[in-house]
Design a protein. Structure first.
Length: 193
């Protein structure tokens, strides 16, 4: 009995001492998050999309990052690429694009649920014709909100919604554009969180 008590006391002391170890310095350089998302996107005219998005994000320079980080805010520049199957009544198509200008703001004080807002601009190719788009080359702009639910210290399940508008900026007529609501789910890694 004495051995078991001594063993339990030793484990308790070692565990308590581990909590007193100094924290490692934060590394706020390099890739801060990357991941894959997919979901469903209904549009006008009974069109719907099934996308696959890839995203990588970096923090902005220290002059911007430091004052925001004092309030547990992270403003990141991200790049997103995507492909999607486009399904509609007359026929099916696909699209592919890249959004090199994406800003993402999240509130992360180390909690499990991290809310965020995201918006960006990009260019794309779409095989979807006959919906007043004026051609296969389009510009895309979007805005959305979401929630990261951390499953581990560095891996999160992401749920988000965004609205996207595509049009060709008047390069070719007609140019009515197309709006799509995306409901997305995915896994993302935050290697330096």
């Amino acid at each position: 009995m004495r051995r078991i008590s001594g063993l339990l006391l030793s484990i308790l002391l070692v565990t308590a001492d581990c909590g007193a170890l100094p924290a490692l310095a934060e590394d706020r350089t390099g890739v801060q998050e990357w991941g894959l998302l997919s979901g469903y996107g209904p549009s006008d005219d009974d069109i719907f999309l099934v996308p696959l998005f890839g995203r990588a994000a970096w923090l902005l320079p220290e002059i911007v990052d430091k004052p925001l980080h004092e309030y547990d805010l992270n403003l990141k520049w991200a790049v997103e690429g995507w492909v999607a199957g486009v399904f509609d009544a007359p026929g099916d198509a696909f699209e592919a694009g890249i959004a090199p200008i994406v800003l993402k703001l999240d509130y992360d004080a180390g909690q499990r649920f991290v809310p965020f807002a995201i918006g960006g601009l990009g260019a794309m190719y779409t095989g979807l014709q006959g919906h007043n788009l004026g051609g296969p080359f389009e510009f895309a702009s979007f805005f959305g909100v979401g929630l990261h639910t951390f499953l581990t210290d560095n891996v999160a399940l992401t749920l988000s919604w965004r609205i996207r508008h595509i049009s060709n900026a008047g390069i070719k007529q007609p140019n009515a554009g197309l709006n799509t609501n995306f409901f997305l789910i995915g896994l993302e890694s935050f290697p330096k969180r």
